[in-house]
Ligand binder design. Structure first.
Ligand code: ZN
Ligand code: ZN
Length: 599
């Protein structure tokens, strides 16, 4: 292209100059090139109107590249915008778009939108709202998002496909699946791949695996071909639900369809196989990867750690450092929890300094791992002093770890302060009352147990039902305590009776304190324990035969009595049982559990 000189620019008509601007900006592949073009245009000393036109084109191009360059692009976009004398709706939209990437707070975009509304002119259009909604999904900022939804409704912009997609993404991301589904069902015209993927992703995020996979099947029936993004969502659903057979089917489907297994998809597969209890397959996916980033390494290290494969996890971490891949907070969650699983206190402390030497600021989860490590190694005093000097205020997980660890100590001071802080932080979480009641019950402090019960009623704490699920023939069966709704409940009860007989013969006495496990449901408790995890295990015994592994996922902590019973079942029925509860994996074989009774 001919390089214009300042004296030439002065004599050219406006249309020619604008065409020159457009072609110059179009050639810029990145932010750096854009800045270069900006400098060249400044040197041309363009007339006022053409200069404003040039700025708006630079701004639009900068907004489009903001997805990859985030903060720098957002900063530059603001700079450009401030120089435009009478910004058009197109300029406002470009700025909102530039600020709507994951790196910027949603409030920035929202403030620009508010400024536009206050000015009265130009009026926001469907693109303004679509970019604003994108900012709210990226943050995520559900409150601001809902305000934009109301605005869209008021201005009659709700039916626009851009606004619809924006709303669907927002609600799916903010885990409001009911609203997301309403938007999805109301979408005019054919739904595109983005819409299907967003809705499937929404279901996955909240763990509604049957719904996610049902929609995936509907999507195929509608003739829409999935891409990597859709498959990551589906894999995520399987990982959350611990649905191994479905996960394997999805993996085979990806292979069959020739869908590219990129970094993100490989990492999702590693995570899924690890969370579904098949660590060897996770390792297989990891080893087959040509290129690996920090996320992939971290997923593998965390996976090995939750399976208690400590040497492998730490070995892989050394390899990662050798290859000069920079670890992050997630990597250290894996490393520190691996140390915790085998009581490697000194190593754990060493890794803690490594993390700080690398300039990685410990996250709340990292502090939690350290407390867990010290507690598991019986260093309750060290754990407690570590907690008291933490630079950030400890969260409920950390206080719960301390409480579990002080169960068989005589440290009433720790129990008192930890329980006080825990109930201050989460006065409405029924799990805390269960934990404390069980703790007091195991020390025979019955007055405290009844105090907990009263406090819970007084605070109007509603029971959070324990829910366990098991996948049989590609369908996820969910159970809650004393669940009558399952079509096979009669046969399940027969299995439970048989279990009760075998457990009795094994000499196990039901642990009465565990009665409080599913709070609020204790009235329903009958001699035959019907906690959700036991119903799911019984269903597994009913529907599968050895050597099939019975895999159960529970949303809360394992009930201590059911944990004992699962050990007896594994021996008496000679079955391998794997239960993933909210904290970790329990692998029962021959009468023992891999957690060694600490969880
Ligand atoms: Zn139980
Ligand atoms: Zn266990």
């Amino acid at each position: 292209m001919h390089r214009l000189k300042p004296h030439e620019a002065a004599s050219l008509p406006r249309e020619v100059l604008e065409a020159h601007v457009v072609s110059l900006v179009r050639q810029c592949p990145d932010l750096l090139a854009l800045r270069g073009a900006h400098a060249r245009l400044l040197r041309l000393r363009l007339p006022r109107l053409t200069a404003a036109f040039a700025l708006s084109k630079l701004l639009a191009s900068c907004a489009a590249s903001a997805a990859t360059t985030t903060t720098a692009a957002a900063f530059y976009a603001r700079n450009l915008f401030d120089q435009i004398p009478d910004p058009t709706a197109f300029c406002f939209n470009s700025l909102i778009r530039a600020l709507s990437t994951a790196g910027s707070p949603a409030a920035d975009s929202f403030l620009v939108y508010r400024r536009m509304l206050r000015a009265g002119s130009p009026r926001p259009n469907s693109f303004t709202l679509a970019f604003g909604l994108k900012a709210c999904s990226a943050a995520p900022a559900p409150g601001e998002g809902r305000q934009l939804h109301a605005q869209a409704f008021r201005q009659g912009l709700e039916p626009s496909p851009y606004v619809q997609t924006g709303l669907l993404n927002l609600y799916a991301k903010c885990e409001d699946v009911a609203l997301a589904r309403t938007v999805f069902d109301g979408m005019v015209g054919d739904k595109n791949l983005v819409a299907w993927s967003a809705m499937i992703g929404g279901y996955s995020r909240v763990g509604m695996v049957n719904e996610a996979l049902g929609l995936f099947r509907e999507m195929q029936a509608a003739g829409v071909e999935p891409d990597e993004v859709t498959m990551v969502s589906v894999i995520l659903a399987c990982a959350k639900a611990g649905a191994l057979d479905l996960g394997r089917w999805v993996h085979a489907y990806i292979d069959r369809k020739g869908i590219t297994i990129d970094l993100e998809l490989s990492t999702a597969l590693i995570d899924m196989y690890a969370k579904c209890g098949l660590i060897e397959r996770a390792r297989g996916v990891f080893d087959a990867m040509v290129e690996r980033d920090t996320k992939a390494w971290s997923a593998m290290i965390v996976g090995l750690a939750i399976h208690g494969l400590v040497e492998d996890a730490l070995g892989l971490f050394s390899r990662m450092l050798e290859l000069k891949v920079r670890p992050n907070n997630v990597t250290f969650i894996g490393v520190l929890s691996a140390c915790a699983h085998s009581g490697l206190v000194d190593d754990g402390r060493r890794y803690w300094s490594t993390m700080q030497n690398l300039g990685i600021k410990p996250s709340m989860e990292n502090y939690g791992c350290m407390v867990d490590l010290l507690c598991r190694s019986g260093l309750l005093d060290d754990a407690y002093s570590f907690v008291t000097v933490m630079p950030i205020s400890p969260n409920s997980v950390i206080w719960r770890t301390l409480l579990v660890a002080s169960k068989s100590s005589n440290r009433i001071d720790i129990v008192e302060s930890a329980s006080k802080r825990l109930l201050e932080l989460e006065p409405l979480n029924p799990e805390n009352y269960v934990l404390l009641s069980n703790l007091y019950a195991s020390n025979s402090q019955w007055d405290r147990v009844s105090y907990m019960r009263k406090k819970m009623k007084g605070n109007n704490v509603t029971a959070l039902a324990g829910c366990s699920s098991i996948e049989i023939n590609g369908y996820l069966h969910k159970f809650v305590v004393s669940d009558d709704s399952h079509p096979d409940i009669k046969q399940i009860r027969l299995v439970l009776r048989e279990i009760a007989d075998r457990v009795l013969r094994a000499g196990h006495k039901p642990w009465t304190a565990a009665v409080l496990h599913d709070v609020g449901e204790e009235e329903k408790e009958v001699a035959l324990c019907e906690h959700s995890e036991r119903l799911a295990i019984a269903y597994g015994l009913l529907k599968t035969k050895a050597p099939h592994v019975i895999r159960v996922v529970k949303n809360l902590r394992f009930c201590p009595d059911c944990h004992e019973v699962a050990k007896i079942i594994s021996k008496s029925y000679n079955r391998e049982i794997i239960v993933r509860d909210r904290v970790r994996f329990h692998k029962f074989m021959g009468g023992n559990c891999s957690c060694k009774d600490f969880w």
